[in-house]
Design a protein around this ligand. Structure first.
Ligand code: EPU
Length: 333
């Protein structure tokens, strides 16, 4: 196996940040992955590089997970189980499922990243989270080099969260994910306002039509990382106390919200950031996207530090003006 040294990661992170890895290797088989884990103490795992902000050169061995393959098993009358390997591109996998008429993932079309990273932050969009289709996943224990199975329940999925962001972080490498999808009587969810609008009165849309609607909405709001570097939603939508929410609602009656519990409410970070005046603002080489304030963008040559500074500026102003603490969703290294 060949390691590259002082390797530029610019093409391997969707923010397009030009930092280097001391050592870099792309692995295609489980056997090679085990060897790399055995040979290196300080590993940095890279999937699609779509949820990270790199603020410095990585003095580590970066492992690009390129395990490929999709296996179909356990078909029942209405459902099918599909196992996809970690290195499969997420959107291509979703499109493949739709082509087979396997329902369940259509609302998650065009989300950047790979199959292996979708469970880590339980990706979600348009009224749907990936946890609702995941049955189990297999992960390599980096200490024992054994493959362990985690059921959906064991993953402890939450809003943009799972055990792979908490105690299991750094201890396991997800190698494949098994989804339960429908082969007929698809339980589609088109309740999200923007999808309704896009479907223009089509009340019985096909999986492909729903996927196309999602792709159209995302393309209209979210910058294409191939053109402008970005990492999708940079912050999480904050969950705030109802007392604070009522206060804000008096000041801004139009504030969008989603009730979470009797005492808490989730409000869209993009809305707050826009109200704070940041939408479309540019600071040097980076800025806040002009169509969706939740997305920070790299206009070309920004460093990760510059983008991180913008994030801190936003957090500070929002804490001062709204008394809300915005939490960064992407992983900052
Ligand atoms: N809004 C504004 N200004 C903005 C952005 C949003 O006022 O600049 C308002 C919108 O008008 C809307 C509300 O905020 O009333 C929510 O906006 P939107 O529907 O665009 O969704 P979001 O809450 O900003 C979340 C996910 C996205 C996902 C969308 C669609 C998080 C952190 N983000 O965004 O996920 O695609 O819902 O379901 O939960 C991602 O993780 O990379 C991502 C794009």
């Amino acid at each position: 196996m060949q390691y590259n040294t002082h390797f530029s990661l610019k093409k391997y992170n969707t923010f397009g940040i030009d930092v280097t890895a001391d050592r870099f290797i792309s692995v295609h088989t489980l056997k090679d992955l085990k060897t790399v884990v055995q040979e290196n103490k300080d590993l940095f795992l890279l999937g699609g590089g779509s949820n990270m902000l790199l603020t410095q050169n990585l003095k580590k061995t970066v492992v690009h997970l390129n395990l490929k393959g999709v296996i179909v098993n356990n078909e029942t009358e209405n459902t099918i189980e599909v196992t996809a390997y970690a290195g499969e591109n997420w959107h291509e996998f979703v499109l493949w499922c739709i082509d087979q008429n396997y329902g369940g993932l259509e609302n998650l079309s065009l989300i950047p990243g790979n199959v292996g990273t979708c469970p880590i932050q339980n990706i979600g969009a348009y009224g749907f989270e990936v946890k609702d289709t995941i049955i189990s996943l297999e992960a390599l224990n980096v200490d024992t080099l054994e493959i362990e199975t985690f059921t959906n329940k064991q993953c402890e999925f939450g809003y943009r969260n799972s055990i792979f962001k908490t105690w299991a972080k750094g201890k396991y490498i997800i190698v494949n994910v098994t989804f339960k999808l429908t082969t007929q009587n698809h339980q589609t969810n088109t309740s999200y306002g923007a999808i309704q609008e896009e479907l223009k009165g089509n009340t019985t849309p096909s999986l492909k039509e729903i996927s196309n609607a999602v792709v159209a909405i995302r393309n209209s709001k979210l910058p294409n990382p191939k053109e402008i570097g970005n990492s999708g939603s940079f912050f999480k939508n904050p969950v705030i106390d109802i007392t604070l929410f009522k206060k804000l609602q008096q000041q801004y009656p139009e504030i969008p919200f989603y009730p979470v519990s009797e005492s808490t409410v989730k409000v869209p970070a993009g809305w707050i950031i826009e109200k704070a005046g940041f939408k479309g603002q540019r600071f040097g080489n980076a800025g806040v996207h002009n169509k969706q304030a939740l997305v920070l963008v790299n206009y070309g040559n920004a460093t990760g530090k510059e983008i991180h500074e913008i994030a801190k500026k936003i957090q500070k102003k929002i804490k001062n003006e709204f008394d809300i603490s915005l939490e960064i969703e992407v992983n900052v290294f």
